[in-house]
Design a binder for this molecule. Structure first.
Ligand SMILES: NC(=O)CC[C@H](N)C(=O)O
Length: 355
């Protein structure tokens, strides 16, 4: 007998097995990643979403906190064909509902055909289909989470110093930053000054940084109004860099725009072509919005599957951004050189300014 229910916005209720009890709701999305489940489940960009794994077995190499991207589990719930006890116990300990023994192919096909949608879950001995439907009906569209940054950002500025400093100071607007983005910069010798998502231009100026970096983050990039204002203030004055939501926020701030995709890109084998070299690399991705109008920025990289914007640069404004995740663990690491380019931008523009 089923003890878990998944209610979809199209009216269907799927039966499942409760692996971590509770009731919740969120935007239903899927990832095709077959590895990196600890990283995905702690990626702040999944806030307010219910994450379905299309790979059938999740948890086969345990759970280790060294691999976490943040301190807590970020999606509101997890769905898989089969979750190991390691993952189920971890999620239960964190109070995050999880279900398995469900046909995840049906969920993936539905999301591919109908788009990311409202979803409700009820799991546990007393769960009913009506509970799941009630949750689904209370689910808000992602763009209605106007202050989602507050859920995932640091509350106070935090400095991550590099062991082998090269004298580069990065001011990072933390819109829900993954730990690997910070460590990819400190490993290359940068000191990273992490600021709350709603930091002011004065907060950034006080650091006197060599580059302003906008992190990844959850939800609709147009809701990150304060970050857009900071970018607008420093455009042309400081080099700008960003990943995922960071690319979207920088583009909007400079006069471009973003739009919601039908179901987004979430996985570890998204092919990206660099238009300058014609080289294609494999990338990890997790986004549901995309750049629609690039404003003053030049498209340097595109997705081979659907031509969406993957990389933007501006020599004039000293901007370099990526829609995908060069830092992703466990990988692929084909595009890690992005962080070297960010540091080059920070140091070369400083030299020019000093001349
Ligand atoms: N990983 C991210 O930064 C995601 C950005 C944004 N929330 C999107 O879904 O497109």
């Amino acid at each position: 007998m089923s003890d878990a229910y998944i209610a979809l916005a199209d009216g269907r209720v799927l039966e499942a097995r409760a692996r971590s009890p509770g009731r919740t709701r969120g935007e239903l999305v899927f990832t095709t990643a077959y590895t990196g489940y600890e990283e995905s489940l702690t990626d702040p960009s999944y806030a307010e979403q219910i994450l379905t794994f299309s790979y059938p077995l999740i948890g086969n190499y345990g759970v280790r906190s060294e691999r976490f991207e943040s301190e807590s589990v970020q999606p509101r719930a997890a769905i898989a064909r089969e979750l190991t006890d390691d993952v189920a116990d971890w999620l239960a300990g964190e109070g995050v509902p999880a279900v398995d023994h469900v046909d995840t192919r049906e969920i993936v096909t539905t999301v591919r055909e109908e788009g990311a949608m409202a979803c409700g879950i009820a799991a546990g001995p007393d769960a009913t289909p009506e509970d799941a439907v009630e949750e689904m009906e209370a689910c808000k569209p992602m763009s209605d989470h106007v202050d989602i940054g507050a859920q995932v950002s640091v509350a106070e500025p935090t400095v991550h110093e590099s062991a082998d400093g090269v004298g580069v100071d990065v001011a990072m607007l933390d819109c829900g930053a993954k730990g690997s983005i910070v460590s990819s910069l400190t490993e290359r010798g940068a000191d990273v000054h992490v600021l709350p998502y709603d930091a002011t231009p004065e907060d950034v100026a006080a650091i006197d940084p060599d580059v302003l970096f906008v992190s990844n983050g959850p939800g609709d990039p147009e809701n990150f109004v304060a970050a857009q204002e900071v970018v607008d203030e420093f455009a042309g004055e400081l080099p700008l860099a960003g990943i995922c939501l960071g690319q979207q926020v920088i583009t909007s701030a400079l006069g471009g725009s973003t739009e919601k995709m039908a179901f987004g890109h979430r996985g570890v084998n998204q092919p990206v072509k660099d238009l300058r070299t014609d080289k294609v690399v494999m990338t990890t991705q997790n986004h549901g919005y995309t750049v629609a109008d690039t404003g003053p920025l030049e498209v340097t990289q595109v997705n081979v599957n659907d031509d969406t914007v993957e990389g933007l640069d501006s020599e004039e404004l000293d901007v370099i951004t990526r829609q995908y995740h060069p830092e992703a663990n466990p990988g692929p690491h084909d595009s890690l050189g992005f962080f070297d380019e960010v540091l080059d931008l920070a140091t070369s523009s400083r030299r020019v300014a000093a001349d």
